[in-house]
Structures are given as structure tokens and as C-alpha cells.
Design a protein around this ligand. Structure first.
Ligand code: SF4
Length: 487
């Protein structure tokens, strides 16, 4: 019942983001979810898992734990290392089960109340939820609920799911979740926690990854399997698209909440978002990303190049693939400073000019007089790439030939990734030749969409979403214009 619903205010973190100044020149990763069931000190395991999944969201993080009697929550803005700095926090998160979340906001602002897991109490008791993805019918459903008297505590799409569950007349939690899922459209990989159950849900198209692992007598559910490696859990399988998994003291039960007619795994997870040491969609990210590099080298060679280098770290694997295929030596020539966070203070334009230099430096001895192939995984606005090409030339490079291990991006994502606006995407207003000129490279080539499709495990792109490249959105949004420009 709506009136029984109570949202518990998040615990304030001592650390807050001062300002987010990172160049928005990569799609911003969405979120990470984790769930632990039946393991001692579950909140500590969730914390470690969130550490492994930090790359999927750096804006805020939270954990809710259960000791079978109550749910306990700690959450705040900032990195995992900052938000759980005090040991006492884990004493306040007791129990053998927990869920966690790392957030980068794609719907709703980055304000404190949007930090997840969300924790509510409805007529059957407390329920917590973490969401990775984005609902495309958010506006429509929110208006519908508001007109019907609902009061929202957050501006995130995730709260809609809890609101819809609270309004369901279903007798069991499972019925109420399924009733809510019938109303929502879009991308969702969810973990939910009650006093005695961990629940994992994936949308019928399977946009975002979610997998199950086993550790001792307990279970772990995570966005990516790299979390299992840290926790010593063994990968069992993916949560299937359209599946709802209930884990409690009786074991694990699978319920098909909706039939999957087709699949739309996010192809960008392989290009950039997921960690190369993860299994996602049942396959190894490193293998597919390396394959992107192989195919890029075959289709887009650079004659007589001396070395292949990458924009670290996300392009390292594709660059290795390019080097393997082309026989050109892989070198490390750009060094990334890992201690420049997303939150460093840039008070004025003068300081901003140092941004790229602060993050990257060149290894001059490696570059001197060399014809270079520079591999980047994606080109969004091209602003950082232009600065990097300049850095490489200043470092002594004779020629810089840029190869991108994905096709040009023409469209935003509505399924949980954040891109700059269509106007800001380089490919929407410039030809490849014009972008090459803008980034001041000697040549620029991208992977074609056909090449990309041939690189993923299905071998032909079947079962993958490619909408940001092609405009073929698997779930339409009526208010969206699509660009299919081919350069
Ligand atoms: Fe992934 Fe692009 Fe599809 Fe979004 S639009 S789900 S980023 S492939």
C-alpha cells in the first residue's frame, strides 16, 4: 500500500565529492550491483565486491545488510575507499546477507537521496534494492503514479520499482515484484534484500550483465565476475534475461518473470565498460576485446608503423590484439596517473589546462622519431584524443595514426550509459576526415559496425544492442529522434 511506504533517509557520508571535473570524453559507466547470501560478515564481502566493481560507478556507494531481524544501511557519496573508511561501519551492518551498489547517475540527479541501495518499508516489512540500468518509461510511469497520489523521495527511476511493488495486491514478495516488472520497460539488473531473502532480477533483453557465484555454503550475485575472484567465489552462471532468482535458507529458486523474445546485450560492455578480467554474458571480456584489436588490425592497417600504443587503461587489451595481429611491437608510451581522481579540484581555466597532462605523460625514449599506431576504444567528443596526439608529438612521435576499436557513435544510450548530448558527439557533425583533422592525427580509422558484430561471441552481432552506433534501439522511446548517419 502506498501510504505504508516509508523511505529511510540515507546515512550521511563524511566524504563528499568536491567537484567532478573529468573530461566527459568517454561514455560514463552506469552502476554496479552486488548481493551476498548466507556468508558471515556479508557486509564486508559486499564492500570488497564493490571495490572490484568501482569502475562501474564512482559517484556514490551503499550497502544494506540483514541479520534476519532487521535491515541496516550505510551509504554516501564518494568512492568505496572513502565511504566505508571506518571499521565501526561494519559493526553497524551486521548479518549474513547484504546487497551493495556503486552509482553513477544516468536518471535522477547525483544528490544524496538518490544513493542506493534504496531502503523502504512496505506492508510486509523492509525491502532494499540496488539497480543497474535505466527505465525508458520512467517519465510516463512517474506521472501516472504522481497523479495517483504517490510521493517520491528520490528523483531516480529505481524508486519507481519499489513504488510499484508497494501498490501491488500480490500476496507474496515474488508476486509483488513480478507485478512491478510488468509495468516497467528498459534495462534493469537488480538485487533486492529482505530480512530472509536475496533476490536477483534481470530484464528480458538482458542489457546489463548479472552473474551468480558460489562461495562455501553461500551465494554471491554481481554485475561482473571480477568480484567473485576477489571474494574467492566460483562463477556458476549468468542470471538469465527475464529470470527472477530467489535465494533463501531453502536454496535458490528460479522464476521466469517474463518470456525473452530476443536478447539485447550491451555491446559496449565488451568495448569499454566491463573489466577485461570479467566474464559477462557468459563470455570472457579479454578475449572479445582482444578480438576487436585483431579485426581492427586486419581491416585498418598502418603501413610501416614502428610501434602500437594504447590510451591506458581501457584500450590496453584491444591494442595488444592489434599488435598480435599486425606483428607491430606493442609499447607502453602513455602513462596514466591513477591518483588523479574524478574529483580533483580545478578552480579555474588555468588549472583546467593542466587536466590532460596531470592524467597522462609520455615516455619520450619510446616515442622519439617513431611512426605510431594509437589505439583508443571509443571516440566520443575527441577533445582528450586531440590533447593526447599533441602530447605524443611533443614527446617525439614522428607520425600518430589513430585507430578506434569501435564504430563512430551517433546516438545516446537510454539503457544505463551516459554519453554527451548528440550535439557534442563528434561523429554527428563531422566526417571521419574532419574528426581526424580536429584531433590533429595523421590518419584516423574506426572499426565498422560489421567488423564489430563479427568480433562478439555470437559472431554476427545477433543478440546485442548496437543502438548508439546504428540507431536500432531495441526498446523505442517515442520522444527520441534517431541518427543513422554513416560516415
Ligand atoms: Fe550499450 Fe550503446 Fe545499446 Fe546503450 S545504446 S545499451 S551503450 S550498445
Amino acid at each position: 500500500m502506498q501510504e505504508d511506504m516509508q523511505i529511510i533517509t540515507p546515512v550521511q557520508s563524511e566524504v563528499s565529492i568536491i567537484t567532478e571535473q573529468e573530461d566527459f570524453d568517454k561514455p560514463r559507466a552506469n552502476c554496479a550491483v552486488i548481493g551476498i547470501f548466507g556468508l558471515p560478515e556479508a557486509s564486508k564481502l559486499a564492500y570488497l565486491g564493490l571495490y572490484a566493481l568501482q569502475h562501474r560507478g564512482q559517484e556514490a556507494t551503499g550497502i544494506v545488510s540483514s541479520d534476519s531481524h532487521s535491515l541496516y544501511r550505510h551509504a554516501g557519496k564518494g568512492l568505496v575507499a572513502d565511504v566505508y573508511r571506518k571499521r565501526k561501519i561494519f559493526e553497524e551492518l551486521p548479518g549474513n546477507s547484504a546487497i551493495g551498489h556503486n552509482r553513477y547517475s544516468t536518471t535522477g540527479s547525483s544528490s544524496e537521496e538518490n544513493v542506493q541501495p534504496l531502503l523502504v518499508t512496505d506492508r510486509t516489512g523492509p525491502v532494499a534494492m540496488s539497480h543497474n540500468g535505466n527505465l525508458v518509461n520512467y517519465r510516463e510511469l512517474r506521472s501516472f503514479l504522481e497523479e495517483d497520489g504517490a510521493i517520491f523521495r528520490t528523483s531516480s527511476d529505481s524508486e519507481l520499482i519499489l513504488q510499484l511493488m508497494a501498490r501491488s495486491h500480490g500476496n507474496t514478495l515474488q508476486d509483488r515484484i513480478i507485478d512491478a516488472l510488468k509495468m516497467i520497460k528498459g534495462a534493469y539488473s537488480l538485487t533486492l534484500l529482505t530480512e530472509d531473502k536475496l533476490i536477483a532480477v534481470r530484464d528480458p533483453l538482458g542489457f546489463r550483465p548479472l552473474c551468480i557465484g558460489k562461495k562455501d555454503e553461500g551465494w554471491v550475485v554481481a554485475s561482473e565476475s571480477c568480484a567473485f575472484d576477489l571474494l574467492g567465489a566460483e562463477y556458476v552462471r549468468d542470471v538469465k534475461p527475464g529470470e527472477l532468482l530467489i535465494i533463501d535458507k531453502l536454496g535458490m529458486r528460479s522464476v521466469k518473470h517474463v518470456k525473452s523474445k530476443k536478447l539485447s546485450y550491451c555491446i559496449f560492455e565488451y568495448i569499454y565498460f566491463s573489466r577485461p578480467d570479467s566474464l559477462i554474458f557468459g563470455d570472457n571480456v579479454d578475449k572479445t576485446r582482444r578480438n576487436l584489436g585483431h579485426i581492427l588490425a586486419k581491416g585498418h592497417p598502418v603501413k610501416d608503423a614502428d610501434i602500437v600504443i594504447s590510451v591506458p587503461d581501457s584500450s590496453n587489451t584491444a591494442a595488444l590484439g592489434y599488435a598480435e595481429e599486425s606483428g607491430i611491437r606493442f609499447e607502453i608510451a602513455l602513462i596514466r596517473n591513477h591518483y588523479v581522481g574524478r574529483t580533483f579540484i580545478e578552480p579555474d581555466q588555468h588549472m583546467r589546462d593542466f587536466g590532460t597532462k596531470l592524467k597522462f605523460n609520455t615516455v619520450a625514449g619510446v616515442l622519439k622519431g617513431k611512426k605510431i599506431v594509437l589505439i583508443d576504444d571509443s571516440l566520443v567528443r575527441g577533445t582528450t584524443l586531440r590533447k593526447l596526439v599533441g602530447l605524443l608529438r611533443n614527446g617525439g612521435a614522428k607520425e600518430v595514426h589513430v585507430r578506434i576499436s569501435s564504430p563512430p557513435i551517433f546516438n545516446p544510450c537510454y539503457y544505463g550509459m551516459d554519453f554527451p548530448t548528440r550535439k557534442e558527439l563528434a561523429a554527428t557533425s563531422k566526417s571521419v576526415a574532419e574528426i581526424c583533422q580536429a584531433i590533429e592525427a595523421d590518419s584516423l580509422e574506426y572499426l565498422t559496425i560489421e567488423e564489430l558484430k563479427s568480433a562478439v561471441p555470437s559472431g554476427n552481432g545477433q543478440g546485442y544492442c548496437t543502438a548508439c552506433f546504428t540507431g536500432d534501439y531495441p526498446i523505442k522511446r517515442d520522444d527520441v529522434k534517431v541518427s543513422r548517419k554513416i560516415s
